[in-house]
Design a protein around this ligand. Sequence first.
Ligand SMILES: [Zn+2]
Ligand SMILES: [Zn+2]
Length: 234
Amino acid sequence: MRIGEHLPWVHVQQISTHWLLHRGRRPRRLRGLEDRLLAQRSPDGPGLTELIRVTQPRFRYHPDPVATGSAVPTVEACDLCGVPRGWRYAGPIYGRQIDVLCLHCIASSEAAQALTGAADWPCMFTDTTDVPQDVPFAVVEEITQRTPGFDSWQQPSWLYHCGDGAAFLGAAGHEDLRAHPDALEMIRDDLHRLGWPADQADAMLRRMDRSGEPTAYLFLCLHCGVHLASWDIG
Ligand SMILES: [Zn+2]
Ligand SMILES: [Zn+2]
């Protein structure tokens, strides 16, 4: 049997959701189903990596942590739930450090609880600075405690728009920013506020580099569709 014929992708997603509801612990029935899915892969069907990627939890504010580099492949089991998920979190942990942390444990809040830091603060995966007043606390909680963070030169902080968190799309260079003039203007305004002369601000924008520095961080408002960006330098 080929997965695409008899067990459509949505079933794999349902397994993933079910795991989430059970806070990372797979019921025996589903464990068997997943094992069968993996064993029944057709050679010309989706690869194991793609299949495992599909079974990762969905994050409203970080839609593709694999694409942004916040999740990297691993064959090792998660240090918290003990399940080899195929991917491990690769972003910052503001709390107790562990080597292998799966995305399911972040989504279920298992990680935020289990990796509580010294001062009894829940573990967080991103910083909270400049959160607009119209953003509900529940959103900030979801972004800081149940959403994979991302690496940056300084302490990364999330961007917000329309009273909600924005979705993180990844690090961006000048070319990426040029495709989103709204985000480019946001950084230009930021530099202007910091007192940069226009020509120096333009030069700085041209130096933006996805993997070098300075780096821009691109976000998308989930309501009005505007692109937003922050930036930093090492
Ligand atoms: Zn885990
Ligand atoms: Zn908006």
